[in-house]
Design a protein around this ligand. Structure first.
Ligand SMILES: Cc1cc2nc3c(=O)[nH]c(=O)nc-3n(C[C@H](O)[C@H](O)[C@H](O)COP(=O)(O)OP(=O)(O)OC[C@H]3O[C@@H](n4cnc5c(N)ncnc54)[C@H](O)[C@@H]3O)c2cc1C
Length: 468
């Protein structure tokens, strides 16, 4: 990396906030599962929007590519730098809460604040920020916005895009653009905010955001239902939505392999059922705290059992039991690590096709590698399925992973045939670029035009989503 550029950057952030040592850098260059390992000229950690602006001015004038990074929990390689002459702009020091506005029901925070810290600040102020992901202790709100993250609350509150009111962004030239508005109505031309949401660091840097907040529920009712098939689970979802006014805020389907892996590999986990094919984790959030509410939910579950849609149901009787239920869902990714090689697919299909997708995908996988263990779970109310495949027991991991290309191609082919998306939540990064080229040719031409007009020197996360 050019010494002169490094010296200019050091003058902006101070030598304590720039990492040049290879072993210290590795934490920022290896992603969570170890799938991508990168390299970079430096990791730089600014503390303010002004510092980000100065860094980008230097990058622009010296043609130095910048890879924005939040918590480094992305799953498609978007936050990883793959070149010695690129700089990782780690935003985790940019983490102030700027304003909480109870009348506008909004909070303005800097982009490096972790999602968990943001949730906690809201809770302390008797309000709710509903985005929730298993990576929330580490991922940042800037990363969530840049990937338009989903998670378990989408069913009721929508994905990140629905939660953003305004953004502060720094353009590749270093210009600060402030759209930190709390306006609900603002039809003044193209929505730049919406362009940045989901742009994975390819258009500029998000330095702050104004976000919607919601009333904090007084009670939560968590339960686990035993069902025979994904098709029945969709019918259960619709039955609940049509028969009770208490907001249903989570509806997570999990198959037997998911739960068995968790019970086996994550200490302290318990499942209310031993003999089942599919279970659903449900959660209702109520603004009222009353016995009537609980009774209503119990009655509803009783009706569901009578209709034959649900085989059995358990409602958590305490916060501890509710946490235990959530732990089952949130530990699946971690538990799968211990079962050898795995191939992961984060897809979505229209809800009407979920059952068909799951049945066909299982039979495709069994033809390619018999006895593979399909770990199927997801935010089924949004049509989002994590269709992950663990290698058969005693199978060679390398031989299994050699099949990744064909497995992914077949699953994506099926997904697209069923009018779905090959990346429901995680974005494109480097991992899904080939699919974008194959299935979104016309859209890609427009995306390329936008990228070229906003990032004329192609210094913002080059090679991610699009090749320019
Ligand atoms: C255990 C686990 C569970 C997960 N569950 C979910 C889930 O349920 N739903 C879901 O959607 N995702 C999930 N993810 C994926 C991941 O956590 C999300 O994509 C998250 O939004 C990434 O945030 P981050 O701060 O870690 O971003 P990073 O990984 O650091 O970056 C992700 C992308 O955003 C860009 N970026 C980051 N910050 C900025 C910024 N300030 N300005 C411009 N660009 C920026 C990066 O360049 C990169 O392209 C999960 C990941 C793990 C490890």
């Amino acid at each position: 990396m050019d010494k002169e550029i490094l010296n200019k950057l050091i003058r902006v952030v101070g030598s304590d906030n720039i990492i040049l040592n290879k072993s210290e850098m590795s934490k920022y260059l290896i992603e969570w599962r170890g799938v991508y390992t990168g390299k970079a000229g430096a990791i730089i950690k600014p503390k303010s929007t002004k510092e980000v602006s100065k860094i980008l001015k230097i990058a622009y004038s010296t043609n130095t590519p910048i890879i924005s990074q939040g918590g480094n929990t992305g799953l498609v390689g978007g936050q990883i730098s793959f070149d010695d002459n690129h700089i990782v702009l780690n935003l985790t020091r940019l983490n102030k809460v700027r304003e909480i506005n109870t009348l506008d029901k909004s909070i303005t925070v800097e982009s490096g604040l972790t999602l968990l810290e943001l949730q906690n600040v809201c809770k302390k102020n008797n309000t709710l920020f509903p985005l929730s992901l298993a990576s929330e202790g580490t991922c940042t709100i800037g990363g969530n916005i840049s990937t338009n993250a989903g998670g378990v609350g989408v069913l009721y509150y929508g994905n990140t895009r629905n939660l953003v009111l305004g953004l502060e962004i720094v353009t590749p030239e270093g210009k600060i653009i402030n759209t930190l508005s709390t306006l609900i109505k603002d039809n003044t031309g193209y929505s730049l905010k919406d362009l940045f949401i989901g742009s994975e660091g390819t258009l500029g840097v998000i330095t702050a955001a104004t976000l919607k907040v919601f009333p904090l529920p007084k009670e939560k009712y968590t339960g686990i239902l035993k069902v025979k098939s994904p098709q029945k689970s969709i019918k259960v979802l619709r039955f609940i939505q049509e028969n009770i006014s208490t907001p249903l805020t989570a509806f997570e389907l999990m198959n037997k392999f998911s739960i068995n892996f968790v019970k086996k590999n994550i200490p302290g986990t318990v499942s209310p059922f031993n003999d089942f094919k599919w279970i659903i984790l449900i959660e209702f959030s109520s603004l009222e705290s009353s016995n009537e509410e609980e009774e209503k939910i119990q009655n509803l579950l009783g009706k569901l059992i009578k209709t034959d849609l649900v085989e059995d149901a358990v409602i958590a009787g305490s916060i501890r039991q509710s946490n235990e239920m959530w732990k089952l869902r949130e530990s699946i990714s971690e538990a799968q690590k211990a079962e050898g090689g795995s191939i992961k697919n984060d897809i979505s299909v229209p809800i009407k096709f979920i059952d068909k997708f799951i049945r066909t995908a299982i039979s495709i996988i069994n033809k390619i590698i018999p006895n593979s263990r399909c770990v199927i779970f997801g935010h089924i109310g949004d049509g989002n399925i994590h269709f992950n495949i663990s290698q058969p027991i005693k199978f060679n991991k390398k031989d299994f992973l050699k099949k990744e290309g064909i497995i992914r191609r077949e699953i994506v082919k099926l997904t697209m045939k069923l009018e779905g998306s090959f990346s429901a939540e995680h974005g494109v990064g480097v991992a899904r670029k080939a699919d974008l080229k194959r299935y979104k040719k016309d859209e890609l031409i427009i995306m390329k035009g936008i990228k070229e007009s906003m990032d004329r020197k192609n210094i913002m996360n080059p090679g991610k989503i699009i090749d320019c």
